[in-house]
Structures are given as C-alpha cells and as structure tokens.
Design a protein around this ligand. Structure first.
Ligand code: OOG
Ligand code: MG
Length: 264
C-alpha cells in the first residue's frame, strides 16, 4: 500500500487537536519506519504552524531506561514543541481535550547558540544559556497509550504540554554538578516518582548531544532561544482532576501546576 504522508499527518494532528484516540498508524501500515514517522511528524507540526503556532524548541524522549521500559520502545526519539503547548509555572491545566494525559519530571536546556550535528559534550554545554526544572505532559494519541517506534515518532513523541520553572544560568561547574541531581515529583504533596538526572543517558548533557545529532539528521538545527527537554528520568504518571503536581530538582528549584477539578 502506498503511504500518503499528508493523510497520516492529518490523522495524528486531528487526534491531538480534538483529543480523540486513533488506531496505531502501523496497524494499517506495518512497514512504517521511523524515517517515515519523522516525515509525518514534520508535516503534522507544519499544520500547527499553519494555524499560527510557533516552534519554541524540541523534546527528547525515551532517554532513560525507566521510560523505555514503560512504553516498550528502546530508542531515543525527539519531537517538536510549540508555544501553544506551554503552561505557565504554577498555572492550571484542563484534562478535557486530552485523551489519557500523563506527567513526567524533566530538565530543560535553554540555548544561546545554534547547535546541530556531531558535537562534544563541551560544545553542547557551550551552547547552553540556562537550565530549568520542568515537567512534560504527554498524551499519546493512540488507543491505550500503545505504539511502536514509527507511531510515537509520527505522533510528535506524545508531547502535549510543558511547564518550565525559573531558569538558572549555567556555571562552569555545570557538567560535574548536574551529573546526579535528585528529583522528586509529587501529587498532592506525596512523592509519586523519585529519580536522578543520572538516569538520563548517564548525564543530561548527553541528551543535548543526541538532540544536536538527531535534528541534524532531519536537516534542522537547534537555534538560540530554543528549549530542549532532556527526557524524563522516571516513568510518567497519569493525571487526575484536581491534582496539585510539583517537581523539585536538587539545585534547580521547583516547578508546579494544578489540574482543574471536574466540572460539577
Ligand atoms: C513517549 C515520549 C517520551 C520522555 O521524556 O521520555 C518522553 C511516551 O512516553 O509516550 O517524553
Ligand atoms: Mg518527556
């Protein structure tokens, strides 16, 4: 069967826009590979840009064993972040319009220099302006949160929202001091995930190195001002109405949001 990329892009985009689950693309197209998945992702995000959204950076995904195990996909992936996905620190989100949203703790890099291609950790670090504690809301558009590599890549790596805490400038000691930062994500004050930045490819900077390589493979670059989410160090946890969610990262501070209660 020939694959109509624009049609697949429309399918994932409409699923995200309307909060409606769809069947995995690989059900109808078992041969779909990740290269084609990225082509679908690019076209689906282009539809968002055509509606007036602006790209603000990228997200890395499946950069920890915990995440790979949770979703059963063993490859580092990336997706695109737009301004419409941004939720302010301390803000409120609604679950309506989402399918089966989960939240996960993240570290965000804010770039001050362009970055693309094969770079060393030192070169990646030189491009970083600041780091921030963050959380990502993921919401696979596929039924039951089940997908293969090509599916999740096409679905913009499940991204649904991001929340950034206050950024901190990066000191020269950063590479050492970030190697093993403890992090705790709490629901209503109770820890639901506990992890370390070391779970992110051994060091979160390696995620930025991988990001530079992967965007280059797609013919793109990371630009000054871009946000790069390093990928969750722990599993993601399902959101419920009324929850207060907070993540604290050692040395980086905290970030939080509240889920709106159910309509009476
Ligand atoms: C894929 C996205 C993974 C991360 O931080 O590892 C991700 C998924 O879990 O649905 O965002
Ligand atoms: Mg993530």
């Amino acid at each position: 069967m020939t694959i109509n990329l624009e049609q697949l892009a429309e399918a994932v985009d409409e699923a995200a826009r309307t909060g409606t689950a769809i069947a995995q693309l690989t059900d109808a197209h078992p041969d779909l590979d990740s290269v084609t998945g990225y082509a679908v992702q690019r076209l689906s995000i282009q539809r968002r840009l055509n509606r007036g959204e602006r790209q603000i950076g990228i997200k890395m995904g499946l950069t920890s064993r915990a995440k790979m195990r949770q979703v059963g996909v063993n490859e580092v992936i990336w997706g695109r972040l737009t301004d419409a996905m941004r939720i302010e620190d301390g803000g409120e989100i609604a679950l309506s319009g989402r399918i089966h949203p989960r939240v996960e703790p993240e570290i965000a890099f804010l770039l001050k220099k362009p970055l693309s291609g094969r770079v060393s950790p030192a070169e990646a670090l030189a491009a970083v302006e600041a780091v921030a504690p963050a959380m990502e809301i993921i919401d696979s558009r596929y039924r039951d949160f089940k997908f293969n590599l090509a599916d999740v890549v096409a679905d913009n790596a499940s991204s649904s929202g991001l929340i950034l805490g206050a950024p901190r400038p990066v000191g020269t000691d950063f590479a050492n001091s970030w190697a093993n930062l403890g992090m705790v994500m709490r629901f209503a004050g109770q820890p639901v995930q506990i992890g370390s930045s070391a779970a992110i490819l051994g060091h979160p900077l390696r995620s930025l190195v991988a990001a530079a390589r992967l965007v280059a493979e797609a013919g793109e670059i990371l630009s000054p001002g871009d946000i790069v989410l390093a990928g969750a160090a722990t599993e993601a946890v399902a959101l419920r109405p009324g929850l207060h969610v907070r993540t604290d990262i050692q040395g980086l501070g905290s970030v939080s949001f509240t889920v709106r209660g159910e309509a009476p």
